[in-house]
Design a binder for this molecule. Structure first.
Ligand SMILES: Nc1nc2c(ncn2[C@@H]2O[C@H](COP(=O)(O)OP(=O)(O)OP(=O)(O)O)[C@@H](O)[C@H]2O)c(=O)[nH]1
Ligand SMILES: [Mg+2]
Length: 342
């Protein structure tokens, strides 16, 4: 089906699963946005519609590449994505950018900053930029990321770029969503690089020292040397050798090379069958991770458990009971419930 980026929104009154599916498939951005809002909703009623929507869309054919860009706040992720996105568009791709902001669940300042840093890209018909709340998730990535990726791919976007802040070890969670992930670092070999946790360095697929421009060129060389030294300690199980390069996103230096490396990494994985294997593994991990939080969420919405939880917390605050004792009581109650025949 051909994609029409200028397609007009369908009337709001017809906002049902069928209309959403049709809207997404004809490339209606407003419908795509509404569908994303729906899958991000935590309301149980919305979840049911969201599930139906996802199931009504054709299965992904693994023809897109999912790319993660991570690094500490201010390292230049959005500036780089603006550059990468424009090169992709010039070569005929359609780009969806999902920008996660762990610091502000209500779309605060830095998201506005991202929009202005992707000024050119945000005006492109073949680009879709979606700031998203990470909803307090570890790893700075929201609960519904997998579904959002699916929606964007169904709308014909073939390069999905996820921007997320590398706040620490937990950020490795980006691994659970993408085919290739770029870790950005700042010039210097001191705190800037040492501050990156070993776990995240180990799992990165490409390392890019950004801001290699002006007076920072020498410091960038030092950072690159340091990273290359530690790289030989790590290897990826699919045989991908992690490259480290220096770039200047602002001056658009080295960005083409970085894009070539990203494509090379994704193609290496696609041809070796690893991309497909990895996505299946990611799905397995997602199920394992999500059932725990969903069961807890369902449980706490049950009146009985909601009240028990509230009364136990009151007792903890008063000092009548320890948190451990409260947990014992809660678990005991849960065991009684699952033993009761339905
Ligand atoms: N000198 C120099 N400055 C850059 C470069 N890339 C980005 N910057 C600047 O660094 C600042 C932060 O850039 P962003 O692209 O917003 O960084 P970010 O990593 O997306 O930031 P957050 O989303 O807030 O985590 C801005 O003032 C950019 O202009 C670069 O290559 N060289
Ligand atoms: Mg940013």
């Amino acid at each position: 089906m051909s994609i029409n980026p200028n397609a007009k929104s369908l009337p709001r009154a017809s906002l049902d699963v069928k209309s959403l599916v049709r809207g997404i498939q004809i490339g209606d951005r407003s419908m795509l946005s509404q569908a994303i809002t729906l899958v991000e909703s935590r309301k149980i009623a919305d979840r049911a519609i969201a599930r139906k929507l996802i199931e009504s869309l054709p299965k992904n054919k693994n023809t897109s590449f999912r790319i993660g860009i991570t690094g500490n706040p201010g390292v230049g992720k959005s500036t780089l994505i603006e550059r990468l996105g424009n090169i992709y568009i010039q070569s005929g791709h359609r780009i969806a950018v999902l920008a996660f902001d762990p610091s502000s669940p209500n779309s605060g300042g830095s998201i506005l900053g991202d929009k202005t840093r992707m000024e050119k890209l945000s005006k492109e018909n073949n680009a879709f930029i979606r700031p998203s709340s990470s909803s307090g998730q570890l790893g700075g990535i929201g609960n519904s990321t997998r579904e959002i990726i699916h929606l964007c791919e169904s709308a014909g976007y073939d390069r999905i770029i996820i921007e997320t802040v590398g706040v620490g070890q937990n950020e490795i969670a980006i691994n659970n969503f993408v085919d290739c992930f770029v870790l950005m670092a700042l010039p210097g070999a001191g705190d800037e690089i040492q501050g990156i946790k070993r776990g995240i360095l180990e799992s990165a697929d490409i390392l890019a020292v950004n801001k290699a421009d002006g007076e920072q060129i020498n410091l960038a060389k030092i950072a690159l040397g340091f990273l290359k030294n530690v790289l030989h300690l790590f290897s990826h199980e699919d045989g991908w050798l992690v490259p480290a390069i220096s770039i200047s996103a602002r001056e658009n230096k080295g960005v083409d090379h970085l894009l070539e490396l990203i494509e090379k990494c994704c193609r290496h994985r696609m041809h070796g069958g690893y991309l497909d294997f990895n996505r299946k593994k990611q799905n397995e991990i997602a199920f394992d991770k999500n059932w725990r939080s969903h069961i807890a969420n369902e449980l706490i919405q049950e009146k009985h458990f909601h009240e028990l939880n509230k009364s136990l917390k009151e007792k903890i605050v008063k000092g009548d009971i320890t948190p451990e004792k409260a947990l014992d009581i809660f678990i005991q109650e849960f065991r009684e419930i699952i033993k009761t025949p339905r």
